[in-house]
Structure formats: structure tokens, C-alpha cells
Write a new protein. Structure first.
Length: 294
């Protein structure tokens, strides 16, 4: 019973000291390197490196009970490896949490509360080294949950900021950026779309090079409009055939244009695009307008 009580004391001190190291050292290092933003000042890199080294040193030297809790840490090399692992893993979790906080999805109170929370991801990573399947499982799920949540909300926030910038250059409302699913045999031509003052255009690439070229466009409907789908076919020079299908919806004009010289476009698929066009998600709009990374 006495040995069990001593083990729980060691565990509490172990996790408490790791948390305290993160709560005391990390906020100061963050302020030195990043100030009040998320961008790292290159001139402050040496100070950040010193702060990181200080955190690793505090973990390796200051967490005295680690040798009683983590068997490999009974040697100096083992303690240093453990300290670096806890620092790196905790920093990843902290970065995800900061991203969520900056996006407005996470409310953490004032400076004291934020400093206290800085130590949490390091304590969670340190808990992964405690013997016992249950403890490691809970800690692992918590760490992965923090990273996944922070990454997701940060990405969402970045998309929303980019969309606000794009919408400032068009008279279309956000819900008027309509988009149909790609027609059979096609995919969205990423980065070749266009958002103008009064129109949103998306181009589709065929999987078969000889297939017709297809584009979908939403514009303001300045006329009275009408019911149903109208279709116009034009024979162009060089044997090309252009099909233009259009439909009116809630003050908008939806147009599908297909041009080909060998393989004619599927009329049923083009009509389906007009009937099923729905408000595009942020990710879909950005994928259509933004050129993919090289």
C-alpha cells in the first residue's frame, strides 16, 4: 500500500512538473519569438532557439521524478531523449491549440489562463510514457484530438478569411456562388475558374482528351427570365460544335457551355448540371479559383 502511494506521488509530481515547465517557459519563448502575432521574426530565431533549449533542459533536469516513472529515463541519455520527445510533441499540440485560439474557435480567458493551458499538451505527451495501457490510450486520444481539432479549425478560419477577400471583389452574394457536380467523365479544372464583379465561372477537364470542353457560369440575370432550360447549338469553323444551355433561378442566369470537335457533349449531363447546381462550399470555390500548389 505504501509503495502504491509513493507511485501515485511520483506520477503527480512527474506530470505536475512537466505542466509547470510548459506553463512557465513556453509563454515567454512565444512572446519573444512571435510577439502578438503568428509570424516568426527571423531576427528573433536565436532567442527562440535558446528558449527551446531552455525548455528541454528544464524537462531533462527539473523533472526529478521522471526516473521513477519512465524506466529509460534512469540514464542521462534517456532523460535527454525523453525531454526532446516531450518538447517536440507538446509543441505540435500547442501550435494546434494556438491556431484554434487565433481563429476564434477556442476561448481561453486572460494571460494567466493561456499560460496555464500552455503546459497541458506537454503534460499529455509526458503521460504517454507512463506504464499502463489505459493511461497511454487516454493521453494518446487527447493529444490526437487537440492536434486534429486545432488543425481543422485553423484551416477553416484561413478559408473563411480568403473567401471574405474574394467576395469583396464581386457583387454576387455568397449563396449565389452556385456549383454543380462535375459531369460524368469530367473533373474540376483547379485554378482556372474566375470570380468577377458579376459572375462566377468554373471550367471542367475531361478525363478523355478528345471530349468536349465544358464550363459552368453564374451571372446576374438582368432580363425577366423564364421557366425551363433553353438550348442553343452553333456550328463553328473547323468542325467545332458549341452547345449553350441556360436556366434562370432566383434572379441568376446559369449557363453551361460545351465545345467539341470530335466527341459531342452529353445533353442529359449538361441539363443535370443546371438542375442540380447548389451553393458551393468554401473549399470548392477556392479549389476552382486557386491554382494548385506546384
Amino acid at each position: 500500500m505504501k509503495a502504491t502511494g509513493k507511485r501515485w506521488t511520483h506520477l503527480a509530481l512527474y506530470l505536475g512538473l512537466v505542466w509547470a515547465a510548459g506553463a512557465l517557459v513556453v509563454p515567454r519563448t512565444y512572446r519573444i519569438g512571435f510577439g502578438h502575432g503568428l509570424g516568426l521574426d527571423v531576427d528573433r530565431l536565436p532567442a527562440v532557439a535558446i528558449g527551446a533549449a531552455a525548455m528541454v533542459s528544464v524537462l531533462a533536469v527539473g523533472v526529478a521524478p521522471v526516473g521513477h516513472v519512465v524506466r529509460p529515463c534512469r540514464t542521462a541519455g534517456g532523460r535527454l531523449g525523453w525531454a526532446m520527445t516531450v518538447f517536440l510533441g507538446g509543441t505540435v499540440g500547442l501550435a494546434a491549440g494556438i491556431g484554434a485560439w487565433r481563429s476564434g474557435a477556442l476561448h481561453v480567458g486572460g494571460p494567466a489562463q493561456r499560460a496555464a493551458l500552455c503546459g497541458v499538451p506537454y503534460a499529455l505527451v509526458a503521460a504517454l510514457f507512463i506504464a499502463g495501457v489505459t493511461v497511454r490510450l487516454i493521453s494518446g486520444v487527447a493529444v490526437l484530438g487537440v492536434v486534429a481539432y486545432g488543425t481543422a479549425v485553423t484551416h477553416k478560419s484561413q478559408q473563411e478569411r480568403e473567401m471574405r477577400g474574394l467576395m469583396s471583389g464581386t457583387s454576387l452574394a455568397r449563396q449565389e456562388l452556385l456549383l454543380p457536380d462535375a459531369p460524368a467523365g469530367y473533373r474540376v479544372d483547379e485554378g482556372n475558374g474566375n470570380l468577377t464583379v458579376d459572375g462566377f465561372r468554373v471550367h471542367y477537364l475531361p478525363y478523355v482528351p478528345s471530349a468536349a470542353d465544358v464550363a459552368f457560369m453564374v451571372t446576374r440575370d438582368s432580363g425577366r427570365g423564364g421557366d425551363g432550360i433553353t438550348e442553343m447549338t452553333r456550328h463553328l469553323g473547323g468542325g467545332g460544335v458549341e452547345m449553350v444551355l441556360s436556366a434562370h433561378r432566383d434572379g441568376m442566369l446559369l449557363t453551361v457551355t460545351a465545345y467539341g470537335t470530335s466527341g459531342p457533349a452529353d445533353r442529359d449531363e449538361l441539363r443535370r448540371m443546371l438542375r442540380t447546381a447548389r451553393p458551393a462550399s468554401d473549399a470548392e470555390v477556392l479549389r476552382a479559383l486557386r491554382r494548385p500548389a506546384a
